[in-house]
Design a protein around this ligand. Sequence first.
Ligand code: UDP
Length: 459
Amino acid sequence: MEKLNKEHKPHCLILPYPLQGHINPMLQFSKRLAHKGIRTTLVTTKYLYKVLQESLGSIPVETISDGYDNGGVVEAGSTEAYIEKFREVGPKTLTELIEKLNNSSDTAVDCIIYDPFFPWDLDVSKKFGLVGAAFLTQSCAVDLIFYYVYKGEIKLPITENEIKVLGLPVLESSDMPSFIYDYGSYATAFEVVLNQFQNVEKADWALVNTFNKLEQEVIDWMENFWRVKAIGPTIPSIYLDQRLLNDKEYGFSILKPDTDACKKWLDERQNRSVIYVSFGSLVRLEVKQMEELAKGLIMSNKCFLWVVRESEESKLPENFADETSKKGLIVSWCPQLEVLAHDSVGCFITHCGWNSTLEALSLGVPMVAMPCWSDQSTNSKFVSDIWKTGIRTRADDKGIARDTEIMRCVELVMDGDEGKEIRSNAIKWKEMAREAVDKGGSSDRNIEEFVSALVNPIN
Ligand code: UDP
């Protein structure tokens, strides 16, 4: 076979679902593979490619079609329509792409690292006899819960208050991913997260963005059914180790970050004095919640950097930005890793998306968890009760975390005696995250094993 000649560098295609929280970790993983001598190409949709072109830099990119080349999910009009069309057009255009790349021995494809939100990627890879590696972008705990639901081992609706899942601590209903209870309202999203497990057993690898010490028990359990390897956190080494100054480029942002303004503002603040607030790329807060948060920030009397996406801006109390300009900076998007790594940041009010959780944990920033939907409650449970690097806000009977509660939590993690353990755990986990990705650490060894299997395939 031509592609196994000595000159051929193994070539992996990386196929994230076109959402920020999926692109970031998969792109970082691809960079890590590239550092270890693997050729990697990011595959995105034609529409996203147009949006992101400016920020792509030197990242090699190819495109496939989701059927909506001029507007993606917005053009589709609904997630249902988008997913259905992608399922129809995606495999065909991915097949054409692989055929094109296989025409040259340089670019011939060896492996597909795919997002199991699209299980059909694996079918395409098997058709070509390629290595297929699923890259799961949520925590292992969440993956395991969805896997059991998919298999019918957790039966819906759940009626018990305490849920005992093999491999996980006892969970209460409020710790479970929201889709488990809301599946009527989020039918498409729920189907997508469950279908991830349609064929993971057939994948050659299941790569997970976590590290062994963080989720040891659940990883051990998953090894019973998949060839699972923890390869995270997928955060560029510069952020984990300030001595390394070689790779600042994090990837591409669907939204444009206000990098200079954030950096300048943070540079002028004292160590550990700033509350960083962000709810990621998808969460939409209720107007009442936004109000309470705004009041809570004022009551805390601390400086804050708050990411309010343009689509959320109208929910801010009137004149809030002007009235708080001495204490606060509001931006529509920020370079989150740079912010979390900045010495001025002392706490992160977060929705606990998996990337944000892992980023804060790896950079030693204590969290105030305000989960909103999806997997965020489960992540919050681990943050507050298992890793103990933060606290979860308590909501009132309408599901709103009130101003005084937000202030209480912020004070606890930033100043209070009660929060000492949280702050020292945050430092401990930062060290452990770094150890995992350092040369010879558990995630580094797992990546080496993956790379070595690509370089020396058995047949
Ligand atoms: N992020 C960012 N700038 C922001 C807010 C978020 O770069 O102002 C990044 C963040 O670092 C993370 C991703 O966007 O990598 C959000 O992913 P997460 O899983 O936390 O949440 P999601 O957006 O999927 O809900």
